[in-house]
Design a binder for this molecule. Structure first.
Ligand SMILES: [Zn+2]
Length: 310
């Protein structure tokens, strides 16, 4: 059973001219999902993301972020993180939609949620904004599943073309969250070498698959079949999460990979199958990057069809 989670606040984070992470990305995806009559939850109002957000992010950072928006600052921490009057609300709308999806996924078997939100989250660090990201949406969903729903083990597969530095750093010292990232390397943000494998109790629970620029479906398939899927089988997560970025697509203006639309459907099928093996079919995917506006609705639809929506 598939359900899409979003929130209207996500469109209120405005972008300066020429900025790739803009409201139109999400608007185009949502228009398509509605037209396809997918099951939509259009508001996350009432979902309580605060405990998980505060467990993961530094409170001083959250206060600084809120103050910067209220003051009318133009940027937070980096040139990649422009602010608008709606940015604080949009970041919370995204985190709350992730929590609403987690609540739904935890509530029964064979549930596949897709969280269609922005700003994205996987570059957000504990105490600073980075790479279009402010709050770690997928990390918030994982933390919420552990704290609120008693899950002991969750896994996150990040197939955005960029390394999910924020998600990795939030969980790298813990053994209860397996983080696996496939990404172009060397590339932004510079992290994600294969030697980054987690620390202390988290040793081995971080798996990085750095891939050369230009990699296509076959290279990704070898990484999924050779490493990602066996690691998920060994770890046996109780819920499987995905950081679903679509910027490894061959037409993406920011990414340098050559992945086809069909590959996203295949990845969806593989993740669905992995979720069925240990997690009762519970799969929670959160939108990250993907900047080829005309292609985005098709890429997301292909992934959802693979993950079992239709
Ligand atoms: Zn990305």
């Amino acid at each position: 059973m598939e359900r899409i989670f979003t929130d209207p606040r996500c469109l209120e984070h405005a972008a300066p001219p020429g900025y790739p992470e803009r409201p139109e990305r999400l608007r185009a995806i949502l228009d398509r999902l509605r037209r396809d009559r997918r099951q939509m939850v259009e508001s996350a109002a009432g979902a309580d993301a605060r405990p998980a957000v505060e467990a993961l992010h530094d409170r001083r950072y959250l206060a600084r972020f809120q103050r910067a928006v209220e003051r009318g600052d133009g940027l937070l921490d980096s040139a990649d993180n422009p602010l608008s009057p709606g940015t604080w609300a949009a970041a919370w709308g995204a985190a709350e939609a992730a929590v609403a999806a987690a609540d739904w996924v935890a509530g029964g078997e064979d549930r596949q949620a897709f969280v269609a939100v922005r700003p994205p989250g996987h570059h957000a660090e504990r105490d600073h904004a980075m790479g279009f990201c402010f709050l770690g949406n997928v990390a918030v969903a994982a933390q919420h599943l552990i704290d609120r729903h008693g899950k002991r083990k969750v896994a996150i597969v990040d197939f955005d073309v960029h390394h999910g530095n924020g998600t990795q750093h939030l969980f790298e010292s813990r053994g209860d969250v397996l983080f696996i990232s496939l990404h172009q390397y060397p590339f932004y943000p510079g992290t994600g070498a294969a030697s980054e494998r987690g620390r202390g109790a988290g040793e081995g629970a971080t798996i990085n698959l750095p891939l050369a620029a230009g990699s296509g479906d076959e290279v990704y398939a070898a990484a999924f079949e050779g490493t990602v899927l066996p690691a998920l089988e060994r770890f046996a997560p109780e819920v499987l999460l995905a950081s679903a970025g679509f910027d490894a697509w061959r037409g993406d203006p920011l990414g340098g990979m050559s992945v086809s639309e069909e590959a996203f459907a295949r990845w969806g099928r593989w993740l669905r199958r992995a979720a069925a093996a240990s997690a009762g079919g519970r799969l929670l995917s959160v939108l990250e990057g993907g900047y080829d506006l005309p292609a985005m609705p098709d890429l997301v639809s292909a992934y959802l069809d693979g993950a079992g929506g239709v």
